[in-house]
Design a protein around this ligand. Sequence first.
Ligand code: TRP
Ligand code: SF4
Length: 536
Amino acid sequence: MTDDTPDAEAVRPDGGGTEATGADTEASKTPRADGGTVDDVALDPWGSSSVSDYRRLFEEFGIEEFDEVLPEVPDSHYLMRRGVIFGHRDYRPVADAMRNGEPFAALSGFMPTGDPHIGHKLVFDEIVWHQRQGGDAHALIADLEAHSARGLSWAEIDEHARDYVLSLLALGFDPEDGTLYRQSTNREVQDLAFELGSEARFSEFQGIYGFDGETDVSHMQSVVTQMADILYPQLDEPKPTVIPVGPDQDPHVRLARDLAARMRFFKVTEAFASFEADDAERVLLRRAYDAREAYAEEPDRPRCGEAADWLRAEVDPSDARGSAVEKLSEAGKEPLRPRTRFFARQATDEAFDALVEAVEGEKRVYDEHVDAFDLDRETAERLAREVEVDHGGYGFVPPSSIYHRFMTGLTGGKMSSSVPASHISLLDDPEDGYDKVTAATTGGRETAEKQRELGGKADECPVYELYAYLLAGEDDEFAKEVYDECVTGERLCGGCKERAAELMAGFLENHQEKREEWEAKLDEVDIDLDSDRKRA
Ligand code: TRP
Ligand code: SF4
């Protein structure tokens, strides 16, 4: 879709509405004939990871709006309330588990390519929050990925890994209750990666990541490793798992969801007759079934052949109609009747037999599937998972994800680890942090008079972002006050930056003190921070 609304939505000062802004954080824009621009929203995990139009992620990639699940999240995090966490895939099962006190997990990973900065803090905070909500929390150092995809040496990786771990701990991660690991030394992750690799095709990697004949094999191994990371929290038992990441990681999430499904013993679907149907055909079969009163000689026993005639007469031609009609005609006198189908995917014969045995009520057994007439979908899913787990399968629940916005750089444009002035490192001296904030670009007007008259552009202001993403912390009122005072012209940039700079310096000081405390007891924490590897 080419629309003319390239604007990102604003980060909200509080739980209020969203406003459109002109905040463009992205460098790559293609000029258009009509003078507008088309923003590049390709999601590339190893490319430039900035997104200028979050709305298109919903339309083009099927990411769902976070706001839609927000009311179901108990004691939501402020990043959720302020729209910093803007999107998700399938977060509902995680929120449900949280509310019902059932097991759930959270996991994210960090490539140790530089110092951890305030952008990483968002993800650290998300992991810690899920841990405090009762989740089984995991954080990993993506050292294999950093080595293979970014070419970092093991010595560099060790140094950065340590810094990530210390900041995560300083921000409240409980290592006793949670899991920390690095990809290279986690044997279970490597084993799982190998298993998942047998369900992933090179042609998919080409399609998803643009890999080609020149891509090195270790890079591919780092991808299956990430797939294993994402499913690792479910090794002991299947459970809803959320992966908090930036939207650039969405291709990985989608692939992991696919692989999780491919590993399952049974695929549970809705069916209407003995033959197999795809999703599009199934929609038509459902329609034909629902309309049975209109055409069936015995409406409580509609026949496939009758449904075929009805579809041909009543539904616009489409590929799905063609094939559905064909299948229905072939089935002829067979009754059209809804049922829940268990299709044997990876199931052993034993598991299949056990499933057949376990299905209650009327059932019909075929070569590769069993149809159950008295089971609802949810019960069927539960049964399929139980039988799978009992027979040595993983029974993976498809992993969920939540996506946060990328922070704007302090100098405008993108926040980048390689441009020190654009970001604040969690290791920056508090004075340097102070100076960077006072030197930041703002959304202010050229003169104080204009600012008083027109108000500042908080939605385009990296300093306002600092307040909303970090400095205001839990205090929604404070974030809202900054916003309101800014846009009404009450607040001037000098004082506003001064206040932000003080808060930033205070945050850094406090954070670094906690890092030092953890540094002293780092050997109690179960993670290996020395790679014993040859130079490579
Ligand atoms: N690929 C991620 C990055 O570039 C790091 C990562 C590795 C990761 N494994 C993961 C992130 C699992 C989330 C979940 O930063
Ligand atoms: Fe940004 Fe503060 Fe200036 Fe508003 S007053 S534009 S929030 S620096």
